[in-house]
Design a protein around this ligand. Sequence first.
Ligand code: NAD
Length: 431
Amino acid sequence: MTTPAPTQHALPSYLNPDHVGPWGIFLQQVDRVEPYLGNLARWVETLKRPKRILVVDVPIHLDDGSVAHFEGYRVQHNTSRGPGKGGVRFHQDVTLSEVMALSAWMSIKNAAVNVPYGGAKGGIRVDPKTLSRGELERMTRRYTSEIGIIIGPNKDIPAPDVNTNEQIMAWMMDTYSMNQGSTATGVVTGKPVDLGGSLGRREATGRGVFTVGVEAAKHIGMDVSTARIAVQGFGNVGGVAGKLFAEAGARVVAVQDHSGTIYREAGFDVPALLLHVKNTGGVGGFAGAEVIAKDAFWDVPCDILIPAALEQQITKDNAGRITARMVIEGANGPTTPEADDILQERNILVLPDVIANAGGVTVSYFEWVQDFSSFFWDEEEINKRLVRIMQEAFDAVWQVAEENKVTLRTATFIVACKRILHTRELRGLYP
Ligand code: NAD
């Protein structure tokens, strides 16, 4: 009996077209933009197959002398526009499908703000809270060594994501450098400033959220200085965005985080609230605030809603209740596809994550550029360049949305996919 020859389109098992979950959502998003890609559509299959997937075993000695094995991943979705770029996530629920999707969304995000990167992402399936500091360091270093064969300042540049931070980046940079035999600061971004990190990086994502919010408000005739803001998640992204909106005169009327949901019609004293969060770990217990039920957050009268905490928060169950005219996605993937459709039907403008929270990777790009030249810019210079990139990116997306009568999410995908596939076409196929 002869074995049938594989067809040209046979997919590897992990790319099963019936795939559900995050990677399945990404594939649907690509299908949605295909009709807008013109001649470049002939390259679209490129986006549906990650360029490179690495799965690694990460064995370490635990403090009690036993050996534990963790599963690690690094996926380079696309490198047509430049080296891979994207964070590393340490979480017990990390899966290959999730890392593949996150790497693909990084390709879109990097192309949308037009920084010269492809998309990549990494992760380890682990609850880091169960590890001691020493175990965490050993795991990070072994993972870095294992993926060291595909990362590098010109190849793929990791950064922090969920449960990874400046210290983890310092260990990654050191491990890679030890293996190379010389210090390579540009191998990761999000490093401590004393190790080649950039000023302005911590605030960059929140600043980008604020910048696109102000641009969009101009288009829909909203006065930001009188707007009421509701923010979910008051950490790095939500806290900074809330502070900048308040400085522009807006009232931050509702804030929800893991510790509770608070409301004040007259608006909060945001610097005082940030200090309270710094001292106590959450917004709960803030003096003068009305405590409301968790679910009541979605009914709060507001003009701008900023989900800046977790994925899949705006769902078909609450999208019909949201009163805002604009939603700015600070978090990655906070809106489910069904909720997205409901918001569109209700004429609520959604500024999608792939552009709204791209301020972080934009300043990561500045960090990488500064590391290469060993010449560091002041914060004013960084913020000025960040605002310009975000404004230009947003304007390009807005124009495409108007021309094609599509949502800003689809428009961002159109802009980004065209940029990626154009470089694919220019480079051609090797050999
Ligand atoms: P963070 O850890 O600084 O803050 C997270 C916030 O979410 C905290 O206020 C926390 O209390 C709140 N939170 C946690 N669980 C919650 C719950 N169940 N309900 C309501 N609030 C809850 O994290 P961050 O850096 O601000 O990131 C927030 C989101 O933005 C994530 O989705 C992240 O992937 C995304 N993002 C961050 C960056 C960045 O540069 N930090 C860049 C792009 C996207």
